[in-house]
Design a protein around this ligand. Structure first.
Ligand SMILES: Cc1cc2nc3c(=O)[nH]c(=O)nc-3n(C[C@H](O)[C@H](O)[C@H](O)COP(=O)(O)OP(=O)(O)OC[C@H]3O[C@@H](n4cnc5c(N)ncnc54)[C@H](O)[C@@H]3O)c2cc1C
Length: 283
């Protein structure tokens, strides 16, 4: 690697000014889990942001704010994350890589690296998570879903992601991942959330990822669920609708045909688990 200098940024301002000064030849480094796999040949300076005061978690009124450099295992071990949606986030992060890597990898790094096969974007999109970042002009915000429709790799060549915000939900979420073994990358994943009022589904969120494309919400499936009574038949019907709507393809890990066959199963399972949890709360 052509790295000549390594900086420890004392705060966001310093991280940003160093990044801008390098004019494309510098890179922010958080956990380094992703960056260690290879840095672009033009990068001369690494800017370590783990000393920039961007870690920490706070909870208020059922919502969570997580600093960008908070490690995945740091989140999993926090009282705030354990209390969020009955531990949904803790469960999702438990599916990511292996314990030693989770102690290094940060939530901000996961948002920016945005691998299509990753689990975290799928969960964040289902949750309606919002991110905040600082560029040379101002602080900006967007939902993770919206961010991925923007040229986000170019944005983060000149910006520091500072925080991830998870909204409060009155309902339950469940996550499903299929991989070759517990520490491996997803062959397919999905995250589903439901709220029930008066015995009918009031809102639904269904996101499928690693198809092998980055996660997207399935609008027709969400529409199909809202207003219906939560039943086993409905979960199966939603699974079939997900199979019709999701865009799948082959990659080195699995065929599109296999993914299409598995989608109805994982969507049905996630909805069933979320439905059981939310009906338990209703009762
Ligand atoms: C072996 C392996 C297995 C994995 N398995 C899974 C898995 O099962 N599920 C899953 O969801 N993910 C998985 N991942 C992805 C993993 O979650 C991410 O690689 C990790 O979270 C990146 O975080 P980091 O802090 O190490 O980022 P870094 O490696 O430090 O940075 C990654 C990129 O993000 C940029 N960046 C980091 N922080 C910021 C910031 N605050 N602002 C702007 N830019 C920033 C860096 O410049 C770099 O471009 C795996 C990765 C590896 C290497």
């Amino acid at each position: 690697m052509g790295i000549k200098r390594y900086h420890y940024a004392r705060d966001v301002e310093e991280a940003l000014s160093l990044l801008l000064a390098y004019e494309g030849r510098g890179a922010l480094l958080a956990g380094g889990v992703d960056l260690a796999r290879g840095v672009a040949s033009e990068v001369e300076g690494l800017i370590d942001i783990t000393t920039a005061g961007l870690d920490g978690i706070s909870a208020a009124d059922g919502a969570l704010r997580i600093g960008a450099t908070t490690t995945l295992e740091g989140i999993r071990n926090s009282r705030e994350a354990r209390g969020y949606l009955e531990g949904f986030l803790v469960e999702v992060l438990g599916h990511v890589a292996t314990l030693p890597l989770r102690w290094m990898a940060t939530l901000g790094g996961a948002v920016v690296s945005a691998h299509p096969w990753a689990d975290i974007p799928t969960a964040l999109i289902a949750l309606g998570a919002e991110v905040a970042w600082r560029n040379e002009e101002r602080e900006e915000r967007a939902s993770v879903e919206e961010l991925y429709h923007r040229p986000f790799r170019a944005i983060f060549r000149r910006a520091v992601l500072t925080e991830v915000r998870l909204p409060a939900w009155s309902g339950a979420f469940a996550f499903e991942k299929v991989s070759r073994n517990a520490g491996d990358i997803a062959l397919i994943n999905c995250a589903c959330g439901l709220g029930v009022e008066g015995g009918k589904i009031a809102w639904a969120r269904v996101a499928v990822g690693a198809t092998p494309y980055r996660a997207v919400r399935l609008a027709t499936v969400e529409e199909l669920l809202v207003g219906e009574a939560p039943t086993a038949e409905l979960w199966a019907e939603a699974g079939r609708a997900a199979q019709r709507e999701a865009r799948v393809s082959d990659d080195m890990r699995a065929s599109g045909e296999w993914r299409r066959a598995v989608i109805p199963v994982i969507v049905r399972r996630a909805l069933e688990r979320a439905g059981n949890a939310v009906m338990g709360d209703e009762r």
